[in-house]
Structures are given as structure tokens and as C-alpha cells.
Write a protein that binds this ligand. Structure first.
Ligand code: BTN
Length: 247
């Protein structure tokens, strides 16, 4: 069994690119390598969303790993654990770590503002997934903050050695998360994710088996799906589209 592993030393450092995920998909980037760029001109988000760069100096990161599908519970669990690796990294560099939480499936929030987003793109051949892990983290912003919907990690300028430390820690935490999946420490990580969940104590509207349901956050399955406690019992939510809403 090969465990997906990102090699910190094998990075592609770019000044500007449309999207680090696009670059990472090319044959220039090999399995286990990663890409970062100072600026991203056409960053992509989940669905048809765009990822705003908020100016230069933020983290635009993509890594390529291969995963044997029959060795993991689901890709949704991988997605959730990549979210927890990102949350752990951000907390390690935050002034007030408790301000940060994970919003299922894998957004990181600073209080009520999104600070990091993750775009996973999978290409499956013969039960092996080539996974592009795209992560954007807002460190700073040159824009007027008043009506900004995105959160940032630092209110003032910071130096590039700090950014490098964050990237190093991100690679480390992603590798630890993968190992947890492959060596069976899933329950322990899910407990940590649950206690640091943005959805905790919130009422949620979502679609379960085509039916629109309202319920309270009740944790996650071992496949990384969301559980809601509703009038008709516990229901499992597989994805956020199209009607997911926090009330
Ligand atoms: C989302 O929350 O909708 C996902 C945002 C993902 C953004 C990152 S930035 C690095 C990588 N390159 C992209 O084009 N997107 C991801």
C-alpha cells in the first residue's frame, strides 16, 4: 500500500499563474509535488465560483497525490481531513486560535468570515485517483476591509519567512491527515473536527435523498458525510448543493 505523501522539498514556485490547480494538473508536476504562486489571476472555487486573490502575497497552493480508492472509506473523508489539516495550520499561526473553525465540507472560517477554501479535483483511472488538492488561504488584503466577506489571518504586513513557515506546516499537516486515514485514526480526528465545527449548535437546511430537511448538526459519518438531527431522526447529508443553508 502506498500512502499519499507530499514532499516539501519538491515545490514549483511561480510568480503569477491563472490557477495553481491548472498548473498542477499538467505533466510538469509529478506525484507528491506541489505548486505555489505569489499571485493567481483566475483562481477557481468549488462549482462555478471564482477564488478571489485579495491582492498579492496570499497562499495559493496545489499538490498532486495518488490515492488507491479501495484503501480509503471515501473521497469525502479525504476532503474533510484536508479541511482539518488546513484548520490546524491556520490555528498554529493565529493570534486567537479559538476564532477559527471548520465549515463542512472543508471551508475554514474566522468567526463568521471565510478565510480558506479548498478545491479538490479528482481524475480516476483503474481505481487510482490522481487528486489535485487546491488550497487558498487569505493572509492579508490590500482592499478596504469594511464590507469584505472574506476574513484574513493578519491585519498588518508580515514577512515572507512567515508565509514559508505556514506552507511548510500545511504540507506537514496534510501528510499527517493522510496517515490518519490510512492507519485508521479516523474516529479521533472526527471527534476533533466535530468539536471545532462551525456548524455546531446551528440549524441547517439541506437535501437528503431529494427531500428538503431541517435539522441540527449531529456530527459526521466515518465517510465524512454530515449528520443532522431532524424531527424524523438522524439523516445523512452527502453534499452541500443545491439547497444547503445555515439558518
Ligand atoms: C472554494 O472555497 O470555493 C475553493 C477555493 C479554492 C481556491 C484555491 S487557491 C489555490 C487553488 N487554485 C485554484 O484555482 N483554486 C484553489
Amino acid at each position: 500500500m502506498t500512502i499519499p505523501f507530499i514532499e516539501y522539498a519538491n515545490s514549483h514556485r511561480l510568480q503569477e499563474i491563472d490557477s495553481t490547480n491548472n498548473y498542477c494538473k499538467t505533466s510538469k508536476v509529478k506525484n507528491g509535488e506541489w505548486v505555489t504562486s505569489e499571485y493567481q489571476s483566475n483562481g477557481r472555487g468549488r462549482g462555478s465560483n471564482k477564488w478571489d486573490s485579495l491582492g498579492k502575497g496570499n497562499i495559493f497552493f496545489s499538490a498532486k497525490v495518488q490515492i488507491e480508492l479501495d484503501k480509503i472509506p471515501s473521497l469525502s473523508l479525504v476532503s474533510l481531513f484536508i479541511g482539518s489539516a488546513t484548520l490546524r495550520t491556520i490555528r498554529n499561526f493565529a493570534v486567537l486560535p479559538e476564532e477559527y473553525s471548520l465549515k463542512w465540507p472543508n471551508d475554514v472560517f474566522r468567526m463568521n468570515k471565510k478565510i480558506a477554501g479548498i478545491l479538490l479535483e479528482a481524475n480516476t483511472k483503474n481505481e487510482i485517483v490522481e487528486l489535485i488538492i487546491g488550497i487558498g488561504i487569505n493572509l492579508v488584503s490590500t482592499r478596504d476591509r469594511e464590507n469584505e466577506i472574506y476574513g484574513i489571518l493578519y491585519e498588518t504586513e508580515f514577512d515572507n519567512t512567515q508565509k514559508e513557515k505556514i506552507l511548510h506546516n500545511l504540507v506537514e499537516n496534510l501528510n499527517i491527515s493522510m496517515q490518519k486515514i490510512f492507519f485508521g485514526n479516523i474516529k479521533e480526528e472526527l471527534t476533533w473536527i466535530e468539536s471545532n465545527s462551525y456548524l455546531k449548535d446551528k440549524m441547517i437546511q439541506a437535501r437528503a435523498n431529494q427531500i428538503l430537511t431541517n435539522g441540527k448538526f449531529a456530527g459526521y459519518t466515518e465517510d465524512g458525510f454530515l449528520l443532522l438531527s431532524t424531527e424524523s431522526g438522524i439523516v445523512t447529508i452527502i453534499d452541500t448543493d443545491p439547497d444547503f443553508k445555515i439558518n
